[in-house]
Design a protein around this ligand. Structure first.
Ligand SMILES: Nc1nc2c(ncn2[C@@H]2O[C@H](COP(=O)(O)OP(=O)(O)OP(=O)(O)O)[C@@H](O)[C@H]2O)c(=O)[nH]1
Ligand SMILES: [Mg+2]
Length: 439
């Protein structure tokens, strides 16, 4: 019995041992499983971290590059913006400066205008005062000086300013004078000659003082204009004066003034209305004839000018006139036309009045400056000019053209128009003219 119990117990013991062993194995397996799971989990975490790390590291340079690019883009845009602002500022600055300069120029012009007006007033007062002492001679010069006040301002006054700015004579000073002469319509060719001659005189005479330049310049102008040219209008009996020039220059007005002048000298004058282009021209000449108390020989509008001149010659002979003055049309459109017309008229005078002295006066408008010079060249080619009448010298700044005309063409200026009135025509006097524009 005891053995059975012992066996039973032993068997139970074995069974328990068996169960414990199995229990332990199971537990062991569970633990190992957990360890493995743990390790896998840890491995995954590490892998995940590595992957994230790599992603981060990958992302960082891209981010940096992107940030770099954005920064560069911003910098460039900033530069462009600043550049634009700077350019805008420069443009605005330039506009502002331009406006200031324009304002200064306008002020300068106003100031000059005022100076001229003041000079004119002073001259009028002076003229008024002097007229009482020496009526005729002085008033003529004052009138010329008054008329030329703008030219004087353009030349004499500006030259004074330049001379005052230098302590010794040098090339720069001569260039400044050259600029003034060109802008006063003396013309490039004449100005160059004048400056060259002036420079030679300055060197030869060893002149240093700028104050000496103006008298020397005046002397050179006189030399270039040729003092020997005959500036007197012929009025010896019998004389025919043919007046030519383009339209509007003042031919008819000059004829009226000249008739009056000659009549005042005791000459018997007759006018021929050779401008048959329009009726108004004939009427205008008749009006001037009435003013000067001189007869006018006229045909109707559209008549042959040569026929009018022919009748004028016959009348001048039969009435025993001293001077016959012939008006002509200014509307001859081309050189061939002009030449034909003038040749025809000249033939009539040569044949019909061979004993007469001849004057062919070219009338030029001083306000047209260098254009007057071109007209003179054309007329010189088609006609034998004996003199020039320069009208409208009053109030123009282009009086310097007188110097160019006489020195380049060697045709004497004989008369100058200084206004629209009947007395506003003067015999040209070179000395008075040079004084009037330089002093
Ligand atoms: N200020 C001024 N005006 C002048 C002078 N001479 C003429 N005039 C004016 O110039 C304008 C034209 O003058 P005209 O005598 O008709 O000229 P023109 O050459 O005969 O003209 P056409 O017959 O049309 O060819 C007129 O208004 C004149 O009063 C002058 O010396 N000074
Ligand atoms: Mg006319």
């Amino acid at each position: 019995m005891f053995k059975w119990i012992k066996d039973k117990l032993s068997k139970n013991e074995d069974k328990i041992q068996e169960e414990i062993a199995q229990e332990e194995i199971a537990q062991e397996e569970v633990v190992q499983e957990e360890v493995i799971q743990e390790e896998i989990a840890q491995e995954e975490v590490i892998q995940e971290e590595i992957a994230q790390e790599e992603v981060i590291q990958e992302e960082i340079p891209q981010k940096e590059i992107a940030q770099e690019e954005v920064a560069q883009k911003e910098a460039v845009q900033e530069e462009i913006a600043q550049e634009e602002i700077a350019q805008k500022e420069v443009v605005q600055e330039e506009i502002a400066q331009e406006e200031v300069i324009q304002e200064e120029v306008a002020q300068e012009e106003i100031a000059q205008e005022e100076v001229i007006q003041e000079e004119v007033i002073q001259e009028e007062i002076a003229q008024e005062e002097i007229v009482q002492e020496e009526p005729e001679k002085v008033s003529i010069f004052q009138k010329l000086k008054q008329g030329l006040s703008k030219t004087r301002h353009e030349m004499g006054v500006k030259i004074n300013t330049v001379l005052g700015a230098y302590v010794k004579i040098d090339d720069e000073m001569l260039e400044d004078i050259e600029d003034i002469l060109v802008s006063a319509d003396i013309g490039m060719q004449t100005t160059m000659k004048l400056i060259d001659n002036l420079r030679t005189t300055i060197i030869n005479e060893k002149v240093n003082d700028p104050a000496m330049v103006k008298p020397l310049l005046k002397k050179e102008v006189k030399k270039l204009m040729n003092e020997d040219l005959d500036t007197k209008i012929c009025d010896e009996k019998p004389t025919v004066i043919l007046v030519v020039g383009v339209n509007g220059v003042g031919k008819t007005t000059t004829i009226g003034k000249l008739s009056n002048k000659l009549k005042a000298k005791g000459k018997k004058v007759l006018i021929a209305a050779g401008d048959t282009f329009r009726a108004a021209a004939i009427d205008q000449l008749k009006t001037w004839g009435d003013r000067a108390e001189v007869d006018v020989i006229a045909h109707t509008e559209g008549a042959d000018p040569a026929a009018v001149i022919f009748d004028g010659i016959s009348a001048a002979k039969s009435r025993n006139c001293d001077v016959l003055i012939c008006d002509t049309a200014g509307r001859l459109h081309n050189k061939a036309n002009l030449m034909q017309e003038l040749e025809k008229i000249n033939r009539i005078i040569d044949r019909g009045y061979p004993e007469a002295n001849r004057e062919t006066l070219l009338v030029l408008d001083a306000t047209t400056g260098q254009n007057a010079m071109n007209q003179a060249k054309t007329f010189k080619e088609v006609s034998d000019l004996s003199g020039i009448v320069l009208t409208k010298l009053d109030g123009t700044a282009k009086g310097g053209v007188v110097i160019a005309l006489q020195s380049e063409l060697q045709i004497p200026i004989k008369l100058v128009g200084v206004g629209e009135g009947i007395d506003d025509l003067q015999e040209f006097n070179m000395d008075s003219f040079i004084d009037a524009i330089f002093d």
